[in-house]
Design a protein. Sequence first.
Length: 131
Amino acid sequence: PNDVIVQIPSNDTDRKIFLQKEFAMFKDTEIYSKYFNQNVAIIGKSIGEICYWACKSKKSVIAALNVDGVIANAIKVKEDTPKANKQSKDFHFVKMYEMHCNIKGVGTAKLMVGERRYGQKVTYCLTAIQI
C-alpha cells in the first residue's frame, strides 16, 4: 500500500481546523471494534472532543487521522465510571474505557470510549500518549 503524505499545520488553532475538516466524513458513523465485538459510534460531540485534544501535538493529529484503525484495534487498559460532568451529563455515559493502540510512527494512541446505559459505545477522545 502507498503511504499518504499529509502536511500537518504547525500551530494548535490551524491543526484543530484541519482536523475538523478531516473528521467531517466521520460524523454519525460507526466503526467495528474487535475488542468490544460491536460498533463504536463517532458522533458530532465526539469529533469536537477529539479535535480539541488532538490538536495539541502533531503525533496526536496523526493518531486522530488513524481513528478507524485505532477503534478497530485498540485494547482496554482501564475501566472506570465517568469523572467529568461532560462525560456523564453531556454524553450520558455510565462507564468509561481507556484503550490503547500502537500506531507506526506515533507510538501509543489513547482512545477513550464511553458506554451509555443501553450498551452503545461512543468515542469520546483520541490522543497520542507516551508510556
